[in-house]
Design a protein around this ligand. Structure first.
Ligand code: ADP
Length: 488
């Protein structure tokens, strides 16, 4: 099975969120599962200037509505093994941001990523390596199956396609005036295909044309077929429900494991947690929190956007501090949420520490140094931080949605008795419901033995990528078989 994995961000080269972690780790796990995998992604300025060993791989023609262009392709290797191709086009990708700057999307994102998708196909027509299956991720790669089944249909009729939705809220919506720039037949701008209430919806095109659809947890696969979570695409998803699968993301334990994490002040494992106490003391110093081994320190690392439930945390922070807890937050995003968190830190010196920014090292420190981890998300397709938290013995406190529901087992007396509990789960999206879970965590924390049972049960869980990779390979086979069953 030869698989081309198409993604707009790939850790450690480029990252704004979980997609990068997935794209950095899943391809390596697919290789271990027996697939021959290549990854393709844009060459952003940050990659060019990142000191990576990039080798020129070749050039390819990129057909387009305004005549042909040329893209240069460079190559490097992922730490997990597979080769990565970087599509270079200075006008589109030599910029400070991946998708925008200072919270503003680049206005030509459709042009940038439709070029990327056409360049991906141009490159695999040229490079001498032909995939059996193309695995596309999110709207930035969703035009690949659209081109493969329309303007380039005759060329790709034996190549299967899988599209994975990492977050349905990001659909790639653009004005109708930009449709002609895609070089697609005009009749595709209709509600059956790429039109969405008078605009171009790129993800919708991918959802219509890909052979198999996946999303990043079983619960989210069900949720997105409902009006509440479907972001207007629930109808399209319900129509394709027989081809839609949920596979929970994995955690990359070569990067996220306290036993060998080079970022954290002391290493530890389930058999000896003394290093975790060292990490907690270091985190308290780093975040300006009172040095105290016995308080319950809650951590949070998150994009600060509405999705993540930051408003609930802000609404609960006074109660948390009054109850004797500490809070350490790292994040960046919506200026209003950033300001609200900074105000909370100002109001509670020594008890609440907030760092605005993107800081890989501090993210590891918070995972290791906190006792519990907050993820009160409105919705959460998969979530990675709760998986990392489990491995770091940092008990997750989460809302029951998406991948959080599929990975965290609430510490009810029954689940504790069965040895299955690994965190605290609440239902309603409200400050009181979050507070109720936080209060249960505080009460349990005072019962050292029960708390350690939760910690150890989380640390023993296996959410490695190898489990997920096996399921992806099964779906690749299915997609290829479906495709090859279609008469040319
Ligand atoms: P999402 O993809 O919605 O942002 P996930 O939980 O799936 O959420 O993945 C988030 C990833 O991004 C994790 O690896 C997390 O540690 C990282 N991350 C998010 N915000 C920051 C930040 N401010 N600094 C460092 N890492 C961050």
């Amino acid at each position: 099975m030869r698989v081309l994995f198409v993604s707009s961000e790939v850790s450690p080269f480029s990252k704004t969120g979980g997609l990068a972690d997935v794209s950095g780790a899943l391809p390596g796990a697919l290789v271990r599962a027996g697939a021959d995998v290549r990854v393709v992604t844009p060459l952003y300025r940050g990659v060019r200037e990142g000191g990576w060993a990039l080798e020129p791989a070749g050039v390819c023609e990129v057909p387009g509505p305004a005549g042909g262009e040329v893209a240069t392709v460079f190559s490097a290797t992922l730490p997990s093994g597979p080769q990565v191709w970087f599509v270079d086009h200075p006008r589109y990708f030599d910029r400070p941001g991946l998708y925008g700057e200072r919270g503003q999307d680049y206005p030509d994102n459709l042009e940038r990523f439709s070029f990327f998708c056409r360049a991906v196909l141009g490159w695999i027509r040229t490079c001498g390596w032909q995939p059996d299956l193309v695995h596309c991720n999110d709207w930035q790669a969703a035009l690949v199956p659209v081109y493969m089944r329309t303007v380039e249909a005759s060329h790709w009729d034996r190549v299967g396609t899988v599209l994975t939705v990492h977050n349905l809220a990001y659909q790639g919506l653009f004005g109708a005036d930009q449709f002609p720039g895609l070089g697609l037949p005009p009749d595709l701008f209709s509600p059956r295909y790429l039109e969405f209430w008078g605009r171009v919806n790129v993800l919708k095109g991918g959802l219509v044309f890909a052979d198999v659809l996946t999303t990043v947890s079983e619960t989210y696969a069900r949720e997105i077929q409902t009006e509440e979570f479907g972001c207007g695409l629930e109808g399209v998803l319900r129509e394709r429900s027989a081809d839609l699968y949920g596979i929970l993301n994995g955690a990359d334990y070569s990067v996220w494991d306290p036993r060998h994490d080079p970022h954290i002040p002391a290493r530890y494992g389930p058999e000896d947690l003394s290093g975790k106490a060292v990490c907690k003391a270091a985190l308290q110093r780093e975040m300006g929190l009172r040095a105290d081994a016995d308080v319950l320190l809650f951590g949070m690392v998150s994009r600060l956007v509405e999705q993540k439930g930051v408003d609930l945390v802000v609404a609960c922070v006074d109660r948390m501090v009054q109850a004797g807890a500490q809070l350490a937050v790292l994040g960046t995003g919506d200026p209003k949420l950033e300001a609200a968190l900074l105000r909370a830190a100002e109001a509670h010196p020594g008890a609440v520490g907030v760092r605005i920014g993107f800081d890989e090292r501090l993210a590891h420190w918070i995972e290791a140094g906190s006792d519990a981890f907050l993820m009160p998300s409105r919705y959460e397709p998969s979530g990675l931080n709760q998986l990392y938290s489990l491995r770091y013995g940092t008990v997750p406190v989460v809302r029951r949605t998406g991948g959080l529901a599929d990975s965290v087992v609430d510490a009810t007396p029954e689940a504790l008795a069965r040895g299955e509990a690994n965190g605290f789960v609440f239902e309603a999206y409200s400050p009181d419901a979050l507070w109720e879970a936080v209060a249960r965590a505080l009460a349990t924390y005072r019962d050292r033995e029960t708390w350690l049972r939760l910690v150890r049960s989380g640390m023993a869980a296996d959410f490695s990528w190898d489990r997920a990779a096996g399921r992806y390979v099964e779906l690749y086979r299915l997609a290829v078989a479906k495709r090859r069953a279609v008469p040319s």
